[in-house]
Write a protein that binds this ligand. Structure first.
Ligand code: GLU
Length: 486
């Protein structure tokens, strides 16, 4: 039998990392088994239409390399794949259940339900619908339908005994039936509830494996009642534990760590994110950590899904990201890093290609790049203390000598010859002749032209990137600072 998995998001406008991981496992399993990955948009219960919300889903999945085989905008034999476009399809199924005695019409008004709920709460009981309308005689039901009374259709759930099913991750699950309520299948406006549409669609779309968040574990017995009532095969269930920040905290919108878009904006690479996300809740059975999507497809296995919540460790993701950047093709790096350089260096006439060479192995996340290179655009304010460095044998006194030594050498280089080789050779020759140690000259020079202790590249690379005029200007600034500190 062909494996058919589905990702069935409700369009909220955001893709939660937990949702993205659910999509990923569905995708990997379908591909691994040579089956189909289906995308279905579950928008029937949506209070209001969220502009652009389905595009967020499409863009995220495609951006991460998960192309669906069937779904909105690509079609398929079981469409439409957007639930709101299937609205008319569900009522006949509910009526079929009424016929067979598995469901019934309910005419209770909001007001009546509210009163009964409050009474139950006053007695300290958990409210569930009391099957009032199940007991209505058939003639009365027909009369009220004919009269045009408002109705819903409810499931007639058992009140005794237990319901069990098997879940691939959680094992055998058993729930007492008295916790099941007679859920509404069709609402007063004739539209299906979310739960009902979900089951009907999974069946009609031939879904063989239902992989979704563990929050659906306790609803699954209700879904199974529907499958049984229709005489349909129950799919394999694979419920996935949540993705958490740590054992006590959820990922949160407020902290900006819950959504896929949060990570893209910060400058994480999708391939690093997908690679790491795959490992949050699953392991390959050995200590391999780096996987392309194809490699993930190859090794993915449901039996290696974890039951414990997946901890999404941003530091670990950052480590993956840095590794991916290190291994990345230079041209692609240059393309991605350019807009981040632009944030602080636009119009400054800096050789981005050379800067990118210096930055590539130092980049962990792209949003840290602007701070690391901003000094090239503008000399930061710095303390004279930076000139003091024990190991380099530098202090303000030494620095004054060093800058006085370097300045005429650099002034003497023609604008046209201003490149790293010439700067390097002239400076080294001068230092050698001066009898000073390299560090004692190059440390102060780098401080004067960068204003900071840690920089991508050394004094010569920075001087080259700044250009002659700016380099000389900064050395003058350094000299003034050192003079006034005397
Ligand atoms: N639409 C549901 C959600 O977004 C998915 C339910 C399911 O996968 O069965 O949480």
């Amino acid at each position: 039998m062909e494996v058919r998995t589905r990702f069935a998001p409700s369009p909220t406008g955001f893709m939660h990392l937990g949702g993205l991981r659910t999509a990923l496992y569905n995708y990997l399993y379908a591909k691994k088994m040579g089956g189909k990955f289906i995308l279905r948009i579950e928008d029937t219960d949506q209070e209001r239409y969220v502009e652009g919300a389905t595009e967020v889903i499409y863009d995220t999945l495609r951006g991460c390399g998960m192309q669906w085989d069937e779904g909105p905008d690509v079609g398929g034999d079981y469409g439409p794949y957007i639930q709101s476009e299937r609205k008319q399809l569900y009522l006949p199924y509910a009526k079929q259940l009424v016929e067979s005695g598995h469901a019934y019409y309910c005419f209770c008004t909001e007001c009546e339900l509210k009163a009964r709920r409050e009474a139950a709460e006053a007695r300290g009981e958990v409210y569930k619908y009391d099957k009032h309308c199940l007991r209505l005689p058939k003639e009365e039901v027909e009369e009220r339908l004919a009269r045009g009374d408002s109705w819903v259709i409810r499931l007639n759930a058992p009140t005794e005994g237990e319901s069990s099913y098997h879940d691939a991750v959680y094992g055998d699950m058993t729930f007492p039936n008295d916790t099941l309520d007679d859920m509404v299948l069709i609402k007063a406006d004739g539209m299906p509830t979310y739960n009902f549409a979900n089951v009907i669609d999974d069946h009609l779309m031939g879904i063989t494996h239902v992989m979704r968040g563990a929050e659906y574990l306790s609803s699954t017995p209700k879904y199974n009642l529907l499958y049984e009532a229709f005489g349909w095969d129950i799919p394999e269930y694979v419920h996935l534990p949540s993705v958490m920040r740590d054992s006590h905290h959820k990922l949160s919108k407020r902290d900006g760590d819950a959504y896929y878009s949060d990570y893209v904006e910060k400058g994480y690479l999708t391939e690093a994110l997908i690679n790491y996300l795959a490992l949050v809740g699953w392991n390959p059975g050995d200590d391999r950590e780096f996987f392309t999507m194809d490699e993930l497809i190859d090794v993915f296995d449901i039996s290696r899904l974890n039951k414990a919540p997946g901890i999404f460790d941003v530091d670990k993701l950052t480590w993956f990201n840095a590794e991916y950047i290190r291994r990345m093709d230079f041209d692609r790096y240059l393309e991605i890093v350019t807009p981040w350089f632009d944030k602080v260096l636009k119009g400054k006439n800096i050789d981005y290609h050379r800067l990118a060479e210096l930055m590539k192995d130092r980049t962990e996340v792209f949003n840290r790049v602007p701070d690391m290179v901003a000094f090239l655009g503008e000399l930061p304010e710095y303390s004279v203390d930076l000139y003091t460095h024990k190991k380099m044998k530098s202090n303000p006194e030494v620095a004054r000598t060093a800058l006085a030594l370097c300045l005429p050498v650099l002034e003497g280089i023609d604008e046209a010859d201003w490149n790293e080789t010439v700067i390097h050779d002239r400076l080294m020759e001068t230092i050698a002749n001066s009898g000073m140690k390299n560090g004692a000259v190059l440390w102060p020079l780098r401080i004067a032209i960068s204003g900071q202790a840690s920089t991508p590249g050394g004094a010569m690379e920075i001087a080259y990137l700044l250009g002659k005029e700016e380099t000389l200007r900064r050395i003058h600034c350094g000299q003034e600072m050192l003079a006034s500190a005397e």
